[in-house]
Design a protein around this ligand. Structure first.
Ligand code: DP6
Length: 355
């Protein structure tokens, strides 16, 4: 009798916020970056994507993807690359074991939900592709490590490779042309620095004006500052950041985080025509953080901005009253999320499998 069983697996992947930014591709097809980057993965209980991957011969023939109840196009090169790589790995284990069901040949049905506004420009593609890749890897029972899966998630969206780990994660740019060494690795687990907190201020929930993908393409083609950033500034920041994380040195962590964000937005401004991601409220948030640090006499808060105006402010638990208090006093009209505890869960804790 034909097997019409529905096989399925679920997982979640959290958002990650870069403290050394990825901006620029040396190979747009394979999503290979021009520089390495580092991020902090937020806790699963904060901002995350929950994804269920299912496959069955009873499903319609083509693969489908539903995000927040809306049908998404799965024919794009990035989604296709992830499906192809995962199917290839599954077919290799099926070839070695004739008793395994031939899941690699079945159509996929993916259902994803974000617990935050998808349009808010809050690294939704990072959590989205990380959850998609991990859910299918679970469905296919692939014996793949987070680093191996990061190579696949990277092809969906560069920053997604970092969301396969909790805590502090580096995406090593690699040097090979096939991308096999462009992978995410753990710098330290979340539990290493349990007092770290992030405050996210939603300055605007509108979809960003210039997408990361096209923004970085124009930067690479037109910015003269960009080369210096990729070759000199980022390698220095990478070394300083990894050391700051290892030593739990918030002053250093905070200073590099802020300089990195500024350097990234400087190359955006140096892009021609210029790209403006920060608005007046973003700049007000920078001033508030500067005031907090000035009053404290040291760096106790650090801002960072991705390809949009929303601010992420890192601080340590002991400074919650000063940092969150002052920020709310000055910018309290904005929506926000306060991370409860970045260390609460490592990525993938909520994995479940039902076959
Ligand atoms: C500014 O990962 O969204 O957030 O690879 O084209 O999907 P694609 O780009 P994406 O770019 C993220 C850029 C950033 C910095 C970062 O997360 O490192």
């Amino acid at each position: 009798m034909a097997d019409t069983k529905i096989y399925q697996a679920s997982t979640t992947a959290p958002v990650n916020i870069a403290v050394v930014k990825y901006w620029g591709k040396r190979d747009p097809k394979l999503n290979l970056p021009t520089n390495s980057s580092v991020s902090v993965t937020l806790s699963q209980s904060d901002l995350r994507t929950h994804t269920t991957a299912a496959c069955s011969s009873s499903f319609p023939q083509s693969d489908t993807l539903l995000l927040n109840s809306e049908n998404q196009d799965t024919s794009g090169a990035r989604t296709q690359a992830c499906f192809r790589e995962l199917r290839f790995l599954r077919s290799s284990i099926e070839a070695a074991d004739p008793f395994l069901p031939k899941l690699s040949a079945l159509p996929l049905k993916i259902v994803s939900e974000n617990n935050f506004p998808t349009a808010a420009g809050l690294a939704s593609s990072a959590a989205g592709f990380a959850a998609l890749v991990r859910a299918i890897a679970n469905l296919y029972e692939l014996p793949a490590s987070p680093t191996e899966l990061s190579r696949i998630a990277r092809q969906g969206s560069g920053s997604a490779c970092r969301s396969l780990f909790g805590g502090y994660v580096a995406w090593q740019m690699g040097t090979k042309t096939d991308g096999s060494d462009s992978l995410a690795v753990e710098v330290a687990p979340a539990s290493h620095w349990p007092t770290m907190r992030a405050l996210i201020l939603v300055v605007s929930a509108e979809k960003k004006g210039v997408s990361s993908t096209s923004g970085m393409q124009i930067t690479v083609a037109t910015s003269e500052l960009f080369q210096r950033r990729a070759e000199v500034v980022v390698p220095k920041h990478m070394a300083e950041m990894e050391e700051a994380i290892r030593n739990k040195d918030f002053e250093k962590f905070g200073q590099v985080t802020m300089k990195e964000s500024n350097s990234f937005h400087a190359v955006c401004l140096d892009t021609f025509p210029p790209i403006f991601y920060l608005n007046d409220v973003s700049k007000a948030a920078i001033r508030v953080v500067e005031d907090i640090n000035k009053k404290a006499g040291k760096t106790i808060a650090a801002y960072t901005f991705d390809a949009g105006p929303n601010a992420v402010i890192y601080y340590e638990e002991e400074n919650i009253a000063v940092v969150a208090g002052v920020v709310k006093g000055a910018l309290g009209h904005l929506d926000g999320w306060e991370s409860r505890d970045i260390s609460a869960q490592e990525a993938g804790d909520l994995d479940s499998r039902a076959v």
